[in-house]
Design a protein around this ligand. Structure first.
Ligand code: NAD
Length: 320
Protein backbone atom coordinates (compact mmCIF):
# COMPACT_ATOMS: atom_id res chain seq x y z
CA UNK A 1 0.00 0.00 0.00
CA UNK A 2 1.24 3.51 -0.82
CA UNK A 3 2.17 5.34 2.37
CA UNK A 4 2.08 9.13 2.54
CA UNK A 5 3.56 11.09 5.45
CA UNK A 6 1.77 14.36 6.16
CA UNK A 7 3.75 17.14 7.83
CA UNK A 8 1.58 20.27 8.17
CA UNK A 9 4.25 22.02 10.29
CA UNK A 10 3.65 25.57 11.53
CA UNK A 11 1.52 28.59 10.65
CA UNK A 12 -0.35 28.32 7.35
CA UNK A 13 1.13 24.86 6.80
CA UNK A 14 -1.60 23.75 9.24
CA UNK A 15 -4.21 25.32 6.96
CA UNK A 16 -3.07 24.49 3.42
CA UNK A 17 -1.93 20.88 3.93
CA UNK A 18 -5.34 19.62 5.18
CA UNK A 19 -6.97 21.20 2.10
CA UNK A 20 -4.41 19.66 -0.26
CA UNK A 21 -4.62 16.28 1.42
CA UNK A 22 -8.44 16.32 1.44
CA UNK A 23 -8.23 16.54 -2.34
CA UNK A 24 -5.41 14.00 -2.88
CA UNK A 25 -6.88 11.57 -0.34
CA UNK A 26 -10.32 11.81 -2.00
CA UNK A 27 -8.77 11.00 -5.37
CA UNK A 28 -6.80 8.11 -3.85
CA UNK A 29 -8.67 6.61 -0.89
CA UNK A 30 -6.38 3.58 -1.18
CA UNK A 31 -3.42 5.66 0.06
CA UNK A 32 -2.46 5.12 3.68
CA UNK A 33 -1.54 8.41 5.37
CA UNK A 34 0.02 9.20 8.74
CA UNK A 35 0.88 12.51 10.34
CA UNK A 36 4.31 13.57 11.64
CA UNK A 37 4.37 16.54 13.99
CA UNK A 38 7.62 18.43 13.73
CA UNK A 39 8.44 22.11 13.86
CA UNK A 40 8.65 25.24 15.91
CA UNK A 41 5.34 24.76 17.74
CA UNK A 42 6.59 21.39 18.95
CA UNK A 43 9.94 22.93 19.92
CA UNK A 44 8.12 25.55 21.99
CA UNK A 45 6.16 22.81 23.78
CA UNK A 46 8.89 20.22 24.24
CA UNK A 47 12.26 21.77 23.40
CA UNK A 48 12.62 19.35 20.47
CA UNK A 49 11.65 20.22 16.90
CA UNK A 50 12.36 16.90 15.15
CA UNK A 51 13.71 13.60 16.48
CA UNK A 52 15.49 10.62 14.94
CA UNK A 53 12.20 8.70 15.25
CA UNK A 54 10.49 11.37 13.14
CA UNK A 55 13.17 10.95 10.47
CA UNK A 56 12.69 7.17 10.58
CA UNK A 57 8.93 7.65 10.18
CA UNK A 58 9.47 9.98 7.20
CA UNK A 59 11.78 7.43 5.61
CA UNK A 60 9.07 4.78 5.89
CA UNK A 61 6.78 6.75 3.55
CA UNK A 62 6.64 6.47 -0.24
CA UNK A 63 6.29 10.25 -0.38
CA UNK A 64 5.96 13.17 2.04
CA UNK A 65 3.57 16.12 1.79
CA UNK A 66 5.02 18.98 3.81
CA UNK A 67 3.58 22.38 4.77
CA UNK A 68 6.08 24.86 6.18
CA UNK A 69 8.04 25.28 9.36
CA UNK A 70 8.89 28.47 11.19
CA UNK A 71 12.61 29.01 11.76
CA UNK A 72 13.03 31.66 14.47
CA UNK A 73 16.27 33.66 14.57
CA UNK A 74 17.37 31.70 17.64
CA UNK A 75 20.93 30.33 17.54
CA UNK A 76 19.81 27.22 19.49
CA UNK A 77 17.19 26.28 16.89
CA UNK A 78 18.26 24.24 13.87
CA UNK A 79 16.12 24.51 10.72
CA UNK A 80 13.92 21.41 10.54
CA UNK A 81 13.43 21.41 6.80
CA UNK A 82 17.19 21.69 6.23
CA UNK A 83 17.72 18.77 8.61
CA UNK A 84 15.12 16.66 6.77
CA UNK A 85 16.56 17.50 3.34
CA UNK A 86 20.01 16.45 4.55
CA UNK A 87 18.90 13.32 6.43
CA UNK A 88 16.95 12.08 3.39
CA UNK A 89 19.55 13.39 0.93
CA UNK A 90 16.90 15.27 -1.05
CA UNK A 91 19.47 16.90 -3.26
CA UNK A 92 17.27 18.18 -6.08
CA UNK A 93 14.72 20.91 -5.38
CA UNK A 94 12.47 21.30 -8.42
CA UNK A 95 10.52 24.55 -8.43
CA UNK A 96 8.27 24.96 -11.46
CA UNK A 97 7.07 28.48 -12.26
CA UNK A 98 4.14 28.19 -14.67
CA UNK A 99 1.68 30.75 -15.94
CA UNK A 100 0.82 32.84 -19.00
CA UNK A 101 3.88 32.84 -21.24
CA UNK A 102 6.03 31.37 -18.43
CA UNK A 103 7.10 27.76 -18.07
CA UNK A 104 10.36 27.65 -16.16
CA UNK A 105 11.73 24.79 -14.06
CA UNK A 106 14.17 26.05 -11.45
CA UNK A 107 16.48 23.22 -10.38
CA UNK A 108 18.05 24.20 -7.08
CA UNK A 109 20.95 22.28 -5.57
CA UNK A 110 19.50 21.35 -2.20
CA UNK A 111 22.16 19.64 -0.14
CA UNK A 112 25.17 21.95 0.12
CA UNK A 113 26.10 25.50 -0.93
CA UNK A 114 25.52 28.20 1.65
CA UNK A 115 22.98 25.96 3.43
CA UNK A 116 25.70 23.47 4.34
CA UNK A 117 24.94 23.95 8.02
CA UNK A 118 28.67 24.40 8.68
CA UNK A 119 28.68 27.65 10.61
CA UNK A 120 29.93 29.14 13.82
CA UNK A 121 29.95 32.35 15.77
CA UNK A 122 33.12 34.06 16.92
CA UNK A 123 33.45 37.10 19.14
CA UNK A 124 33.30 39.71 16.41
CA UNK A 125 32.11 37.77 13.37
CA UNK A 126 29.95 34.87 12.23
CA UNK A 127 30.99 32.40 9.53
CA UNK A 128 29.07 30.06 7.22
CA UNK A 129 30.91 27.71 4.90
CA UNK A 130 29.67 27.55 1.33
CA UNK A 131 30.34 24.01 0.13
CA UNK A 132 30.35 23.14 -3.57
CA UNK A 133 31.51 19.61 -4.32
CA UNK A 134 32.24 17.89 -7.61
CA UNK A 135 29.75 15.11 -6.92
CA UNK A 136 27.07 17.48 -5.59
CA UNK A 137 27.37 19.67 -8.68
CA UNK A 138 27.48 16.75 -11.07
CA UNK A 139 24.34 15.07 -9.74
CA UNK A 140 22.26 18.26 -9.80
CA UNK A 141 23.59 19.08 -13.28
CA UNK A 142 22.42 15.68 -14.48
CA UNK A 143 18.91 16.21 -13.09
CA UNK A 144 18.69 19.57 -14.86
CA UNK A 145 20.08 18.17 -18.12
CA UNK A 146 17.54 15.33 -18.07
CA UNK A 147 14.69 17.80 -17.54
CA UNK A 148 15.94 20.16 -20.25
CA UNK A 149 16.28 17.18 -22.61
CA UNK A 150 12.71 16.00 -21.87
CA UNK A 151 11.35 19.49 -22.44
CA UNK A 152 13.59 20.18 -25.43
CA UNK A 153 14.52 23.57 -23.98
CA UNK A 154 17.53 25.71 -23.15
CA UNK A 155 19.44 24.97 -19.94
CA UNK A 156 20.61 28.08 -18.10
CA UNK A 157 23.33 27.68 -15.49
CA UNK A 158 22.91 30.43 -12.88
CA UNK A 159 26.14 31.28 -11.05
CA UNK A 160 28.32 34.01 -9.61
CA UNK A 161 31.64 32.64 -10.87
CA UNK A 162 32.95 36.15 -11.51
CA UNK A 163 33.23 36.68 -7.75
CA UNK A 164 32.79 33.41 -5.87
CA UNK A 165 35.41 30.75 -6.54
CA UNK A 166 33.17 27.87 -5.46
CA UNK A 167 30.83 28.90 -8.28
CA UNK A 168 33.62 28.50 -10.82
CA UNK A 169 33.58 24.81 -9.93
CA UNK A 170 29.77 24.63 -10.07
CA UNK A 171 29.58 26.42 -13.42
CA UNK A 172 32.40 24.40 -15.00
CA UNK A 173 30.94 21.05 -13.97
CA UNK A 174 27.46 22.00 -15.20
CA UNK A 175 28.86 23.27 -18.51
CA UNK A 176 30.98 20.14 -18.93
CA UNK A 177 28.04 17.81 -18.26
CA UNK A 178 25.73 19.80 -20.56
CA UNK A 179 28.28 19.82 -23.39
CA UNK A 180 28.76 16.06 -22.94
CA UNK A 181 24.98 15.54 -23.14
CA UNK A 182 24.81 17.62 -26.32
CA UNK A 183 22.03 19.92 -25.13
CA UNK A 184 21.72 23.64 -25.69
CA UNK A 185 22.98 25.59 -22.66
CA UNK A 186 24.32 28.92 -21.43
CA UNK A 187 25.96 30.16 -18.24
CA UNK A 188 24.60 33.41 -16.73
CA UNK A 189 25.48 35.50 -13.70
CA UNK A 190 22.71 35.12 -11.19
CA UNK A 191 22.17 38.83 -10.50
CA UNK A 192 21.52 39.84 -14.11
CA UNK A 193 19.64 36.56 -14.62
CA UNK A 194 17.21 37.48 -11.82
CA UNK A 195 16.27 40.65 -13.69
CA UNK A 196 16.16 39.04 -17.11
CA UNK A 197 13.84 36.26 -15.92
CA UNK A 198 11.34 38.99 -15.02
CA UNK A 199 11.89 40.92 -18.27
CA UNK A 200 11.96 37.97 -20.70
CA UNK A 201 10.45 34.94 -18.95
CA UNK A 202 9.57 33.14 -22.19
CA UNK A 203 13.29 32.88 -22.98
CA UNK A 204 13.91 30.42 -20.14
CA UNK A 205 13.21 26.70 -19.82
CA UNK A 206 15.31 25.01 -17.13
CA UNK A 207 17.56 27.00 -14.79
CA UNK A 208 20.02 25.14 -12.58
CA UNK A 209 21.76 26.93 -9.75
CA UNK A 210 23.22 26.61 -6.26
CA UNK A 211 21.21 26.41 -3.06
CA UNK A 212 20.68 30.00 -1.93
CA UNK A 213 20.50 31.42 -5.47
CA UNK A 214 17.77 28.91 -6.35
CA UNK A 215 15.89 29.77 -3.17
CA UNK A 216 15.91 33.48 -3.96
CA UNK A 217 15.39 33.16 -7.72
CA UNK A 218 12.23 31.08 -7.29
CA UNK A 219 10.66 33.66 -4.96
CA UNK A 220 11.59 36.39 -7.46
CA UNK A 221 10.09 34.41 -10.34
CA UNK A 222 6.93 33.99 -8.26
CA UNK A 223 6.21 37.59 -9.20
CA UNK A 224 5.42 36.36 -12.73
CA UNK A 225 2.65 33.99 -11.68
CA UNK A 226 0.79 35.59 -8.78
CA UNK A 227 3.19 35.28 -5.87
CA UNK A 228 4.29 32.73 -3.32
CA UNK A 229 0.86 31.21 -2.85
CA UNK A 230 1.10 29.72 -6.34
CA UNK A 231 4.51 27.99 -6.29
CA UNK A 232 4.91 24.27 -5.53
CA UNK A 233 8.11 22.29 -5.22
CA UNK A 234 9.52 18.79 -5.10
CA UNK A 235 12.57 17.75 -3.08
CA UNK A 236 13.89 14.60 -4.70
CA UNK A 237 16.71 12.24 -3.80
CA UNK A 238 17.64 8.79 -5.00
CA UNK A 239 15.46 7.10 -2.33
CA UNK A 240 13.02 9.62 -0.87
CA UNK A 241 10.82 12.48 -2.03
CA UNK A 242 9.17 15.38 -0.23
CA UNK A 243 6.69 17.84 -1.76
CA UNK A 244 6.08 21.29 -0.29
CA UNK A 245 4.98 24.78 -1.25
CA UNK A 246 7.82 27.23 -1.85
CA UNK A 247 6.30 29.59 0.72
CA UNK A 248 6.96 29.55 4.44
CA UNK A 249 4.67 29.52 7.48
CA UNK A 250 3.47 33.11 6.82
CA UNK A 251 2.90 34.16 10.46
CA UNK A 252 1.35 37.45 9.27
CA UNK A 253 -1.74 35.64 7.92
CA UNK A 254 -1.69 32.38 9.91
CA UNK A 255 -4.94 31.55 11.67
CA UNK A 256 -7.05 33.80 9.44
CA UNK A 257 -8.12 31.06 7.01
CA UNK A 258 -7.10 33.11 3.99
CA UNK A 259 -3.87 31.40 2.89
CA UNK A 260 -3.78 30.47 -0.76
CA UNK A 261 -3.73 26.64 -0.96
CA UNK A 262 -2.74 26.50 -4.67
CA UNK A 263 0.96 25.95 -3.93
CA UNK A 264 0.13 23.10 -1.54
CA UNK A 265 -2.39 21.55 -3.97
CA UNK A 266 0.13 21.80 -6.81
CA UNK A 267 2.74 20.19 -4.53
CA UNK A 268 0.24 17.37 -4.01
CA UNK A 269 -0.14 17.11 -7.80
CA UNK A 270 3.66 16.82 -8.12
CA UNK A 271 3.55 14.05 -5.50
CA UNK A 272 0.95 12.19 -7.57
CA UNK A 273 3.04 12.61 -10.71
CA UNK A 274 6.08 11.25 -8.87
CA UNK A 275 4.05 8.20 -7.83
CA UNK A 276 3.05 7.65 -11.46
CA UNK A 277 -0.42 9.30 -11.49
CA UNK A 278 0.37 11.78 -14.23
CA UNK A 279 -3.26 12.06 -15.41
CA UNK A 280 -4.45 13.04 -11.94
CA UNK A 281 -1.84 15.78 -11.78
CA UNK A 282 -3.12 17.11 -15.12
CA UNK A 283 -6.75 17.03 -13.94
CA UNK A 284 -5.86 18.90 -10.75
CA UNK A 285 -4.06 21.62 -12.71
CA UNK A 286 -7.02 21.95 -15.10
CA UNK A 287 -9.41 22.22 -12.14
CA UNK A 288 -7.25 24.92 -10.52
CA UNK A 289 -7.24 26.92 -13.75
CA UNK A 290 -11.02 26.57 -14.12
CA UNK A 291 -11.73 27.67 -10.54
CA UNK A 292 -9.36 30.65 -10.68
CA UNK A 293 -10.74 31.49 -14.14
CA UNK A 294 -14.22 31.81 -12.59
CA UNK A 295 -12.85 34.42 -10.18
CA UNK A 296 -12.70 32.15 -7.13
CA UNK A 297 -9.46 33.31 -5.52
CA UNK A 298 -7.95 33.93 -2.11
CA UNK A 299 -7.16 37.55 -1.10
CA UNK A 300 -3.49 37.40 -2.21
CA UNK A 301 -4.85 37.07 -5.78
CA UNK A 302 -7.47 39.77 -5.26
CA UNK A 303 -10.39 37.49 -4.35
CA UNK A 304 -12.47 36.79 -1.26
CA UNK A 305 -12.34 32.98 -1.07
CA UNK A 306 -11.07 31.31 2.07
CA UNK A 307 -8.50 28.53 2.07
CA UNK A 308 -11.25 25.99 2.68
CA UNK A 309 -13.83 27.38 0.23
CA UNK A 310 -11.20 27.46 -2.51
CA UNK A 311 -10.36 23.82 -1.79
CA UNK A 312 -14.05 22.88 -1.90
CA UNK A 313 -14.43 24.63 -5.27
CA UNK A 314 -11.52 22.62 -6.69
CA UNK A 315 -12.99 19.39 -5.35
CA UNK A 316 -16.36 20.23 -6.90
CA UNK A 317 -14.66 20.98 -10.21
CA UNK A 318 -13.02 17.54 -10.07
CA UNK A 319 -16.33 15.93 -9.18
CA UNK A 320 -15.11 14.48 -5.89
P1 NAD B 1 6.62 33.36 3.86
O1 NAD B 1 6.67 32.62 2.58
O2 NAD B 1 6.08 32.61 5.01
O3 NAD B 1 5.75 34.70 3.67
C1 NAD B 1 6.16 35.77 2.82
C2 NAD B 1 4.93 36.60 2.44
O4 NAD B 1 4.13 35.88 1.50
C3 NAD B 1 4.02 36.91 3.63
O5 NAD B 1 3.49 38.21 3.50
C4 NAD B 1 2.92 35.88 3.52
O6 NAD B 1 1.69 36.27 4.06
C5 NAD B 1 2.83 35.67 2.01
N1 NAD B 1 2.41 34.29 1.69
C6 NAD B 1 3.18 33.19 1.75
N2 NAD B 1 2.47 32.12 1.44
C7 NAD B 1 1.22 32.54 1.17
C8 NAD B 1 0.02 31.87 0.79
N3 NAD B 1 -0.04 30.53 0.62
N4 NAD B 1 -1.09 32.59 0.62
C9 NAD B 1 -1.06 33.93 0.77
N5 NAD B 1 0.04 34.63 1.13
C10 NAD B 1 1.18 33.93 1.33
O7 NAD B 1 8.10 33.86 4.16
P2 NAD B 1 8.69 34.58 5.45
O8 NAD B 1 7.69 35.53 6.01
O9 NAD B 1 10.01 35.05 5.03
O10 NAD B 1 8.92 33.39 6.49
C11 NAD B 1 8.02 33.06 7.55
C12 NAD B 1 8.56 31.84 8.27
O11 NAD B 1 8.54 30.71 7.39
C13 NAD B 1 10.00 31.99 8.73
O12 NAD B 1 10.14 31.43 10.02
C14 NAD B 1 10.80 31.21 7.72
O13 NAD B 1 12.00 30.69 8.24
C15 NAD B 1 9.82 30.09 7.38
N6 NAD B 1 10.03 29.47 6.05
C16 NAD B 1 9.89 28.13 6.01
C17 NAD B 1 10.02 27.48 4.80
C18 NAD B 1 9.87 25.98 4.78
O14 NAD B 1 9.46 25.40 5.76
N7 NAD B 1 10.19 25.32 3.69
C19 NAD B 1 10.25 28.21 3.63
C20 NAD B 1 10.34 29.60 3.71
C21 NAD B 1 10.23 30.23 4.94
Amino acid sequence: MTKIALVPGDGIGQEVIPVAWDLIGSLHPEFDSFQVEVGYARWQKSGVACTDDDITALKSADAILFGAITTPPDPCYQSVILGIRQALDLYANLRPVKGDNVDIMIVRENSEGLYSGIEWREKDRACTVRVVSVEGSRRIARVAIRLAGERGCLLTIGNKANVIKSDVLFRDICCHEAAKAGISFEACYIDSLALDVLLHPARYGVIVTTNIFGDILSDVAGYLVGGLGMLPSANIGDRYALFEPVHGSAPDIAGKGIANPVAAIRSGAMLLEYLGFRDDAGHIEAALQAVIGRGIKTPDLGGTATTESFGEAVKAELGI
